[in-house]
Design a binder for this molecule. Structure first.
Ligand SMILES: Cc1cn([C@H]2C[C@H](O)[C@@H](COP(=O)(O)OP(=O)(O)O[C@H]3O[C@@H](C)C(=O)[C@@H](O)[C@H]3O)O2)c(=O)[nH]c1=O
Length: 193
């Protein structure tokens, strides 16, 4: 695996090292020891799959408040997406900054997303599938979100949104929830988690 830290500390792209032969290839996508050596949390509590029928499907920008915060390790196994993460760690010098990464079945790239980041993606192809490894159990009441077009995040999406859930249309703006979000995200630092 080839780990490259993004401009957001602790968030990494993880490329695969293909062992190629006439059958195809074999490549490792997760190794607890190697994750630990790079300072990544080597914990998997859940694995999930996200299937998206149509190009232009947008999911996001989602996060979980501490103590239910999750790391997510995401990879596109069919089709292609532009994946976006935004730093919601109030103590971070890159607070509210975002990074976009192209993930596709062809490039095999993974993205490791630390706790207290918002995450979302838009599909570039029909029939797109993503696999997640997630470090914590799902706590529905701990979910939060920001709109993909929230001015506070100023994300430049590469293509028009054609499919989006009602929930993702209705997130309150950062200008309204920012103070509470910051306080709840800070609690993780106070608790030392
Ligand atoms: C996220 C999640 C959802 N669900 C259920 C709740 C709901 O009935 C159904 C669909 O959930 P959602 O609408 O939240 O699915 P979705 O909008 O795809 O949510 C996902 O979006 C991306 C961007 C992420 O980063 C993920 O962590 C997750 O938040 O699946 C679980 O059972 N476990 C989970 O971990």
């Amino acid at each position: 695996m080839i780990f490259s830290e993004t401009i957001l500390t602790g968030a990494y792209t993880v490329d695969i090292d293909r062992h190629q032969d006439n059958r195809g290839y074999f490549a490792r996508i997760f190794c607890a020891d190697t994750f630990l050596a790079h300072g990544l949390k080597p914990v998997v509590a859940q694995g999930s799959i996200s299937y998206n029928a149509k190009r232009g499907t947008l999911r996001g920008m989602h996060f979980q408040y501490p103590p239910a915060a999750e790391t997510k390790y995401v990879r596109c196994t069919k089709g292609a997406v532009v994946d976006v993460i935004a730093d919601l760690r109030p103590e971070s010098p890159t607070y509210l900054r975002s990074v976009t990464v192209n993930l596709s079945a062809d490039n095999g790239r993974g993205l490791y997303i630390p706790e207290r980041f918002a995450h979302g993606f838009i599909t570039l192809t029909d029939d797109t599938e993503l696999i997640y490894l997630i470090s914590n159990y799902h706590v529905p009441g701990a979910e939060g979100g920001l709109s993909h077009d929230d001015p506070a995040l100023a994300i430049a999406w590469p293509t028009d949104v054609r499919v989006i859930s009602e929930r993702d249309r209705a997130w309150k703006p950062y200008s309204e929830i920012g103070a509470e979000l910051k306080a709840r995200m800070r609690s993780a630092v106070r608790a030392g988690t």
